[in-house]
Design a protein around this ligand. Sequence first.
Ligand code: MN
Length: 234
Amino acid sequence: MGLEAPTLPYDYSALEPHIDEETMKVHHSKHHAAYVKGLLALSSATPTNASLYNLLRGLDANDGLTPADKAVLENHGGGHYNHSLFWLFMAPVAKAGEARISAMLRDRIEMDFKSLDAFKEEFGRQAAKVFGSGWCWWVFDQATRTSRIETTPNQRNPVMANPSCVCLLGLDVWEHAYYLKHQNVRAQYIDCWWNVVNWEFVSRVHDELAVAGKGLELTESGHVAFPEQEGSCE
Ligand code: MN
């Protein structure tokens, strides 16, 4: 696994005014970096040359790991994985926008939630009611071939309990993600965040990975490599 916080694909100020520069800087360079550093506590029984995704997938039921290593992976491994995805789930306003939702993803939203507005309302409602620190996720379940919204406490990821889940979208609702700008008003942070959702990336995760039976693996550099397009000459 990559033992560094991945480089952001945009500047710290690129999500202004929705997510402020100072929050992005502290969140990425301090909080995310601390989760990565925490992984150094893994014992030699859990080699760090394994992929982080494969260690987290089905973690709860994995009896091949020591309880101490499972705790490190749940907290720090989850922190590293969740944040690496979170940066990719966002993009500057010019590259965000609901017009970038693919046809397949639009069908998914309409099938599982009736409309985009109904989806956003339900996601926002569940994100707002996470008690304390945690995450709100939109997951596609490859076992049932439907999508749903789930929340997790602390740095847990849905894939730890359910290996057939692929995270299509996730929102960090820890106070460190919004307190500098929005103080205690989490609902305002959630409303602003929709403006910087990278729908093109979310669509690719759905269309090219989730429905194709693939997992959401991170590369060594903490990004996502999509399968090569068939017939591509590049
Ligand atoms: Mn965070």
